[in-house]
Design a protein around this ligand. Structure first.
Ligand SMILES: [Fe+2]
Length: 308
């Protein structure tokens, strides 16, 4: 069976290109560049040509996701797996492969209707060292673990779980049973999936959501970059949805703030890798208090020590 090896690139649609360029470089530290096109720019976080294409599409949402397979044989095998699962895909031509800077490419929709791409052979620019948009103490964690993780909208979480396990070869399970303060008695049971050493690459929460993406995680390898980004976000008075805290699943020190498109970015790091065995939690280790409600993660994550 062919398996996806990493979440390799994302297409983001935005309405304010100038705000995103400035935010990406000065708040997140990404390398921002374009190649003369007026309808898009690129964001880079390692040697790969780009990890993000930011389109002037006005959607202020995730426009597409790119999942990598190891090579041409796995690419063909993945097409057979999609056919066997009854998923209609489109083989892309040379121009579309060049647009993504990959050797081969197909496009289709995942069970939640999210535009999804499978590719092999990304362009790696080893002659161009990564140059962050602002000073960084360390680096972004990518490599074989891909660009990070995201929560992706799904209308049927069980159907999505089956697709990402049976067709993509990912593993995962429910990892939290969380109280929903606005709906006493309701327990949210998000599902987390991994395909490499990263604790999770995609997660599904279920329920109605205004956007395909809830949040995108940028992992750094130096705790001081979490602190630096936190200072910059606080100085700019960007809304912080979840304050500093440490997740029980990936053990990373993180916080969540709102980007210029109105959805969340999580910056954090220095945690643990995928355990490859299922376990679940009722609380985070500490923190992640809900500061600014209304961005899709209004959940009780921290244990209440005032309770007996
Ligand atoms: Fe996250």
């Amino acid at each position: 069976m062919a398996v996806v090896t990493e979440l390799g690139y994302l297409g983001l649609g935005v309405s304010n290109m100038a705000a995103w360029r400035e935010y990406a470089a000065q708040v997140l530290g990404l390398q921002v560049f374009d190649e003369g096109e007026t309808d898009r720019f690129y964001m880079r976080m390692d040697y790969q040509h780009h990890r993000y294409i930011v389109h002037n599409s006005g959607t202020d949402d995730l426009d597409y996701l790119g999942w990598r397979v190891a090579g041409p044989e796995e690419f063909d095998e993945m097409k057979r797996q999609l056919e066997a699962a009854g998923v209609e895909f489109r083989q892309c031509d040379a121009a579309e492969c060049q647009e993504r800077r990959v050797l081969d490419l197909i496009k289709f929709l995942d069970p939640g209707g999210n535009p999804t791409e499978i590719y092999h052979g990304p362009l790696i620019d080893y002659h161009k060292p990564f140059h962050p948009g602002r000073g960084m103490h360390g680096r972004f964690v990518t490599g074989e673990e891909g660009l990070g993780h995201l929560i992706l909208r799904q209308t049927d979480v069980q159907k999505a779980y089956r697709f990402y396990t049976d067709v993509f070869g990912m593993r995962g399970s429910i990892e939290y049973h969380l109280q929903v303060p606005q709906a006493p008695g309701v327990i949210a049971k998000p599902v987390f999936m991994h395909c490499n050493g990263r604790d999770h690459t995609v997660a599904f929460v279920g329920g109605p959501a205004p956007k395909r993406i809830n949040h995108l995680k940028f992992e750094v390898d130096n705790i001081d970059d979490v602190g630096l980004t936190h200072d910059i976000v606080r100085d700019r008075k960007l809304p912080v949805h979840l304050g500093l805290g440490k997740h029980s699943n990936d053990h990373m020190l993180t916080f969540y703030h709102v980007n210029p498109s109105g959805w969340l970015v999580e910056v954090g790091g220095v945690g643990r890798k995928a355990t490859h065995q299922s376990e679940y939690y009722e609380y985070d280790m500490w923190g992640h208090d809900n500061e600014e409600p209304g961005y899709g993660l209004d959940l009780r994550l921290r244990y209440d020590w005032s309770k007996k």
